[in-house]
Design a protein around this ligand. Structure first.
Ligand SMILES: [Mg+2]
Length: 335
């Protein structure tokens, strides 16, 4: 499978999972009629194939990376603010849902203009940093140092707790390993954390693979970032097609859209765009735009390969004609 197929599959998997789970968000497990495809309704009263904050924020992050030529944390925050205030990258033209940790970070950024704006408090461990993460991973997956540095930085813009950072680094490791060609089941049998060091305790249960032995009824709701990762890994571990995995994740209820969006990022990269049902591609909101953004991320990834990992942006366009020099580069964001 080509990288283009994998990149497109990951981004479409994210959006499809988000749209499948959206009607079930906040539903108690076993207290709803399962979904078998895109459906309307739910707390946001969306049309079939429309997605929520997970995909909107992922598109903000992806276009920031592409249009900035790399990591620009202020630009990322400004796009998230545009989404919140103006409905940028929203299917409905307005921001109809936002997590509490994300909202407080955007308000902090708006007031002080400082990045990272994420709350490091262990209590602030929502899944908003993880749910949108794929674009950063796709841009940097083949360079472990850049991958770790950018994943941490892009998570901390809004989510800086130990559990949030641990979850992002474990997820990024999994996606990069499948992109390298490792089998999904192998990756899920032995999850690892990028850099080898955890910040909190809770991620240990994911690293030990406990989720593989859990019954559906034993999984949490998924609003907490460790549970979201656990539920998504569980849905992928159970195997089957791309469609089956996404439906299994969405039909957990709870934070259904986000758990399915996270599962969709991983299984989408593994299976590729071609394995997403054609009828879903026709119904999925902004499908063509998502494909173009995935292709743009692949282009960025190829260009970044030419740079040492410590450079967080491509050279400015003007420097190509005048010859590049040090002033055209910015140092990487270091934690
Ligand atoms: Mg959502």
């Amino acid at each position: 499978m080509s990288l283009q197929q994998a990149f497109r599959g990951g981004l479409l998997g994210l959006a499809a999972g988000d749209a499948l789970g959206a009607p079930l968000e906040f539903s108690r497990r076993n207290a709803f009629i399962p979904v078998y495809g895109f459906s309307k309704g739910g707390p946001w009263k969306l049309n079939p194939g429309e997605w929520t904050d997970d995909t909107s924020m992922a598109l903000c992050l992806a276009t920031s990376l592409v249009e900035s030529g790399g990591l620009d944390l202020h630009d990322q925050m400004q796009r998230y603010l545009r989404w919140y205030q103006e409905g940028y990258m929203s299917v409905s033209g307005n921001c109809f849902d936002i997590g509490t940790t994300t909202l407080s970070s955007l308000q902090r950024y708006k007031r002080y203009g400082i990045v990272p704006a994420g709350d490091p408090n262990p209590q602030a461990s929502g899944n908003g940093g993880l749910m949108r993460l794929l674009p950063v991973i796709l841009a940097t997956w083949d360079n472990p140092l850049r991958l770790k540095s950018w994943v941490e930085a892009a998570t901390m813009t809004t989510h800086a707790s130990p559990d949030c950072l641990d979850a992002s680094l474990v997820f990024a490791d999994a996606v990069s390993r499948v992109l390298e060609g490792e089998a999904l089941q192998e990756v899920l049998a032995s999850p690892q954390i990028l850099g080898g060091q955890t910040r909190g305790q809770a991620i240990e249960r994911v690293l030990e693979g406990n989720y593989r032995h859990l019954d559906r009824s034993e999984l949490g709701e998924g609003f907490y970032v460790i549970e979201a990762l656990e539920n998504a890994f569980w849905a992928c571990w159970k195997g089957g097609s791309l469609k089956q995995t996404l439906l299994r994740a969405a039909n957990l209820g709870g934070d259904a859209d986000t758990v399915a969006a996270i599962a969709g990022q991983l299984v989408g990269v593994v299976k590729g765009e071609a394995l997403l049902p054609d009828s879903w591609k026709q119904e999925l909101a902004w499908c063509e735009k998502l494909q173009v953004v995935a292709d743009d991320l692949l282009d960025l990834n190829q260009k970044l390969r030419q740079l040492p990992w410590t450079f967080d942006k491509l050279p400015a366009a003007s420097s190509h004609s005048s010859g590049s020099h040090d002033a055209d580069y910015r140092p990487a964001f270091h934690i």
